[in-house]
Design a binder for this molecule. Structure first.
Ligand code: CZF
Ligand code: MG
Length: 187
């Protein structure tokens, strides 16, 4: 039986990937573009709080997602604050931040959160993909895709066939954990 999930996100690119990945697991995604305030904290704290607020707003079960980009040389920063860094300094700024550091290594971290409804503690599912920060290569329409070269591929996420990205990405890995969890719930 097809399962339906309500996904609260303001990010159309995320939605496209989530729908494509979950379709393979026979899960239909209904999107709600609500702007949920995001707290400061670790990526797990940010994700859990976002989902708690989303469940209150929609009044029922829902999922949210938070993406972080952790630079190894900077102890994990920008982490969950990558969106603000992208907005303020862009692709070239992300590269410039690592000038003089011995490693350009970075981890893309995706944290999905599922809440059964208002007042229910969100369950978290984390997926990570290793890579490095490189000068822009490929289309630039999705966040930092064009400056993140996934380890062992020789390609930035932006250069990849989207179907391939969806088999190795942080998002895919987190979603497979969410799917396993959903199987334990009644239909
Ligand atoms: O190149 C990318 N490849 C990806 O796979 C990816 N996933 C997210 N992002 C970007 O990283 C920030 C996360 O912030 P974020 O998790 O708060 O998202 P958001 O505010 O856009 O949407 P949402 O919080 O409403 O779901 C935002 O700038 C996103 O555009 C990505 N960039
Ligand atoms: Mg956000």
């Amino acid at each position: 039986m097809t399962r339906k999930l309500v996904f609260i996100t303001g990010n159309k690119n995320k939605l496209v990937e989530v729908q494509a990945i979950l379709a393979k697991f026979d899960i239909e995604v209904e999107a709600r573009a609500l702007d949920i305030p995001e707290i400061q904290g670790t990526t797990l704290e940010v994700s859990a709080d976002k989902c708690r607020r989303a469940a209150e707003l929609v009044g029922g079960p829902c999922i949210t997602e938070d993406t972080a980009l952790a630079f190894h040389a900077l102890g994990g920063l920008p982490g969950p604050y990558i969106k603000d860094f992208m907005k303020t300094i862009g692709h070239s700024g992300l590269n410039a931040m690592l000038t003089g550091f011995p490693t350009k290594g970075a981890t893309a971290i995706c944290t999905f959160a599922y809440s059964a409804g208002p007042g229910e503690t969100p369950q978290l599912f984390v997926g990570e993909t290793e890579g490095e920060i490189v000068p822009v290569r490929g289309p630039t329409h999705f966040g930092w895709d064009a400056v993140f070269q996934a380890a062992g591929t020789g390609q930035t996420f932006a250069e990849m066939d989207p179907v391939f990205k969806n088999t190795i990405s942080h998002r895919f890995k987190a979603l497979t954990k969410l799917v396993d969890f959903l199987k334990t719930l009644p239909e």
